[in-house]
Design a protein around this ligand. Sequence first.
Ligand code: CUA
Length: 338
Amino acid sequence: MRHFVIVGILVIAMAVLTYVGLDAAGVASQMHPVAASAQAASIDQLWNWEIIAMSFLFALIVVPMLYSLIVFRRKKGDTTDAEHIEGNTPLEIAWTVGPLILVVFFAYMGAYSLGEVRRADPQAFEVKVKAQQFTWTFEYPEYGFVSTELRLPVGRQAVLKMESVDVIHSFWVPEFRVKQDVVPGRVTEYRITPTLPGSYKVRCAELCGTSHAYMESPIVVTTQADYDSWVAEQQALAAAAQTPEGQGQLLSVKNGCTGCHSLDGSALTGPTWFGMYGKEEELADGATITVDDEYIVESILDPNAKIVSGFPSPSVMPPYQFTDDELASIVAYLKTLK
Ligand code: CUA
């Protein structure tokens, strides 16, 4: 009995020390980035309970093992066998009921957390999310525009209706905690109530191809007032899209072109569009071409036809389908980028 009391006390002390140590090392609380959504609270709480359970189980295994090794080690000159023990009903009940309680507790906590994360707010506003290799686009049906960045007002639940046009992607914002797959042929839902204004990033969390690691888009959480003025700005931009150049710009945003083609000369997966029109380019086979209407249209419809030297071959860009009018407006837009 004396041994049980000592081991019991040591197990509790070891569990507490392990938890405090993990916490100090940043595992229990600071391993996550800042929590920026209402949904994060129950997930972080669940995580904390799991760290507590792990600390206890670690102590429960390590302490009796070390205690037995030290206290019950064979004495010098003792060659007798150890006492033979068979069956111990109280012990068997304890190690059946204990884990059962633990598993039921975590099942309850998991279900509770899932319920919190999925809870629908009737006031939620909708954003349509389109995932494709290797960009995210956000459509605001309420306001009639499309954006490559996701803006959300603080304190209001947004419901993202997500679709993929090609392969499986996964919408993940570490600060929001919730992660959701985006599956072709299906609309998946993602509910989020941002609580902290700031700039975050959505990352793709499902290996989806060669540029998977670069499939990121900015997320900005602002006050309702800043959000409203951004919406007005975007609506003005959408209205300007009545000209061919504007139409071309809108098409490039809608199709996620700017995820791989920068507008300011910076290097992304594909050639920058800045100053592209009229430029002389060397192809992989050494030939030179001038970027003109014909070359741009060909590269959109068949990206593998002519690959500029220095870019991967075969091209990572999928072929796109556009009408002649749309192609002309994209060319018109490219001409303005200089
Ligand atoms: Cu999309 Cu990885």
